[in-house]
Design a binder for this molecule. Structure first.
Ligand code: GAL
Length: 669
């Protein structure tokens, strides 16, 4: 079943209003709300005094209008009576300062007392709602994250290290603690990488980032265990933060959930940025789909202007609906808008919902109501249909963590580098799966693994298996530099991949922002490519078995190889030894996709996004116009327009500004 609804806070409004809200929701085609994820102080106003009566009444009102409920466990916003118990409950930031009460997410994820109170409230909620006919599932906490550097975390970290390394000799060896006289003789001596400690040992810092990530995975698991036991009929999910969040290994966090849900805000800038690059949301959706290789929910979809202290640009008419369809086009099987009604109080007074502050419907509500009517017609065709791709990009949280510790070049950013490559594929209407370094790569023809900095042997073996089976692998600078302990490998770069790449990094240059080098493509097929420059990082390559694709033209390494290609059986590896501007990645994307025979879903003008979802052999085509102009698109087959149910379409179709077409092929493949 496709779920369509909103995030609702009945506790913010008088009870007399609830029925009108539920009626307006039902009129908009809503069949689900998420409730209670910040309502701990309403559900347990005093320690041990639980009150679910108000929530029961709210749920009955909603259920009487056919609306089902996802309940949030409220651990993201603990009540004052709990946090007054001990200063130790509060998270300590990297600078060593403790958070104080007044926001949310201020708790330490390893605090045993916090665990106790979490278990109690979750068990109470689970017991109360296990058999409620309107409750279908759970969201754990809200947007887990935030590294804690408190003394409790310090000793948990030491215990975590003990489990990981077994002995101090091993830890000292792997981290290289002989450097600056850091050899530890007792686990208690191992510090946290606080900013007061200066630049930490990279091994210690990476392990701490892993530990901090594991802490939230374990904290979530504690809640999952209670819910699984008490509510076996309900699903369990969590609201992730897309591609941008970088402090938890999201593959780990997703593992024991039934599906991934996430919070999708296209225009979150506090400033007045009017342009939205649809590629960012596309990457986030693809990442969320990739965490479990399955369809996902959008638990919070932008419903209006965002704003805490300042107010963002208003979504243009059509944009909210378009953004929601974009999520569906990438694999969403549920959309809940955040939030139902704009709050009159609290930090998020200006984060706009579908209704205005005064409770009246808005143009935004009308737009989503129209979508609700469409979803009633088409959602069953869409729900469960899957996205298939022959191109993948490898996302490594360990590498991402390692670059947070050592940026390598002040201009370098792992997520931006990743996005630049993703964007060049997305602009060519290519669907991309985002995968973990050890995921099965056999479904793909092309795999791009940007800056796979920390490269465990299992990941290197996985990539090699893919190439030997005939795949085309692309790697970029700073790959294979680090072992799992975040020490530099004792071999020529790209380390464990050097042989597979058929090239070695003879030396490298790290460029200041104002300096670039020019590339000359030497392969005949690329001779007419537009000029491309090299920036940020230049690996000077020495091919062992690879052929040269491009050379540097300037500086002391003018004439030396910058990009190479190695044939390995039926497979190939490209080593792109530099970073560049958009033209470089566009040239490479065109050539790579052509080499593996991946065609754009449909050829479409810039600003049009095209995706497909499949149910068996039946194709659903999504044409999304992200521009202010009407756009013309040439179709390859015969389709019916599912949203307006009109006569079969063939040849050229027009898509209005900020509009979307959902088409179904009339002749299945
Ligand atoms: C999300 C969060 C919501 C709300 C929203 C708007 O990230 O999950 O609770 O805060 O942002 O700020």
């Amino acid at each position: 079943m496709f779920y369509f609804g909103a995030d609702y806070y009945p506790e913010h409004w008088p009870e007399e209003r609830w029925d009108r809200d539920a009626r307006l929701m039902a009129e908009a085609g809503f069949n689900v709300v998420r409730l209670a994820e910040f309502a701990w102080s309403k559900m347990e106003p005093r320690e041990g005094q639980y009150d679910f009566q108000w929530l029961d009444r709210a749920i009955s009102v909603l259920a009487s209008h056919g609306i089902q409920v996802v309940l949030g466990t409220p651990s993201a916003s603990p009540p004052p009576w709990l946090m007054a118990k001990s200063a130790e409950l509060f998270l300590v930031r990297e600078d060593g300062r403790r958070a104080t009460f007044g926001n949310r997410r201020e708790y330490c994820p390893n605090n045993p007392l916090y665990h106790d109170y979490t278990r109690r409230i979750v068990a109470q909620m689970a017991g109360h709602y296990a058999d409620h006919p309107a409750v279908i599932g759970w969201q754990i906490d809200n947007e887990l994250g935030g590294r804690c550097y408190c003394p409790i975390c310090a000793s948990s970290f030491q215990a975590w290290l003990q489990r990981r390394y077994g002995s101090l000799d091993e830890l000292n060896e792997r981290w290289g603690t002989v450097f600056w006289s850091h050899a530890y003789t007792d686990w208690d001596q191992i510090p946290l990488p606080l900013t007061t400690g200066g630049s930490p040992n990279p091994g210690l810092a990476l392990d701490f980032h892993r530990f901090a990530s594991d802490s939230y995975v374990a904290y979530q698991q504690m809640q999952i265990d209670i819910l699984r036991q008490k509510c076996p009929g309900h699903f369990i999910t969590h609201n992730f933060m897309g591609f941008r969040y970088d402090q938890i290994n999201y593959f780990d966090l997703a593992q024991n959930l039934d599906f991934v849900a996430w919070d999708n805000y296209q225009r979150t800038e506090w400033g007045m940025r009017a342009e939205v690059d649809p590629g960012h949301a596309a990457l986030a959706q693809d990442t969320m789909r990739g965490l479990k290789h399955q369809n996902f929910w959008v638990m919070e979809q932008q419903a209006g202007q965002s704003g805490w202290g300042t107010v963002s640009v208003a979504p243009r008419p059509g944009e909210l609906r378009l953004w929601a369809y974009q999520a569906i086009a990438h694999g969403a099987d549920a959309i809940l808008f955040f939030r139902w009604r704009t709050a009159r109080f609290g930090t998020e007074e200006y984060w706009h919902g579908l209704l205005d502050h005064d409770g009246n419907t808005s143009r935004r509500y009308q737009e989503i109501k129209r979508m609700g009517a469409e979803m009633r017609e088409v959602s069953e065709r869409i729900c469960g249909a899957t996205v298939k791709s022959s191109v993948a990009m490898v996302l490594s949280y360990e590498s991402r963590f390692a670059f947070q510790i050592q940026q390598n070049n002040p201009q370098f950013s792992y997520p931006s580098h990743f996005y630049q490559i993703y964007r060049s594929l997305h602009q060519r209407q290519t669907l991309v799966d985002i995968v973990a370094p050890t995921d099965d790569l056999s479904p793909y023809r092309l795999v791009v693994a940007p800056a796979l900095h920390v490269l465990p042997k299992v990941a290197a073996d996985n990539l090699e298996r893919f190439v030997r089976a005939g795949g085309l692998l692309v790697v970029t600078p700073r790959t294979g530099v680090k072992d799992e302990a975040n020490s530099v490998v004792n071999r020529r770069l790209p380390g464990l991949l050097a042989e597979l790449c058929g090239t070695e990094v003879e030396e490298y240059d790290s460029l200041p922002a104002e300096v670039s080098n020019q590339l000359k493509f030497t392969l005949p097929e690329l001779a007419s490519a537009p000029p491309a420059s090299a920036r940020v990082w230049c690996d000077v390559l020495r091919p062992t078995s690879a052929t040269v694709v491009a050379r540097y033209t300037q500086d002391y390494y003018a004439g030396k190889p910058a990009i190479t290609r190695n044939q390995v059986g039926r497979g190939q590896v490209m080593y792109v030894g530099t970073m560049g501007d958009a033209p470089l990645y566009q040239t490479l994307a065109r050539w790579l996709l052509h080499s593996v025979g991946v065609q754009p879903v449909v050829n479409a003008p810039e600003g049009i996004e095209v995706t497909e979802r499949w149910r068996q052999n039946s194709q659903l085509l999504f044409l999304l116009n992200h521009t202010e102009q009407e756009q013309e698109i040439a179709l390859n087959g015969r389709y019916v327009d599912l949203l307006d149910g009109s006569a079969p379409l063939e040849g050229t179709v027009l898509v209005a500004p900020w509009d979307v077409l959902v088409l179904m092929e009339t002749r299945p493949h």
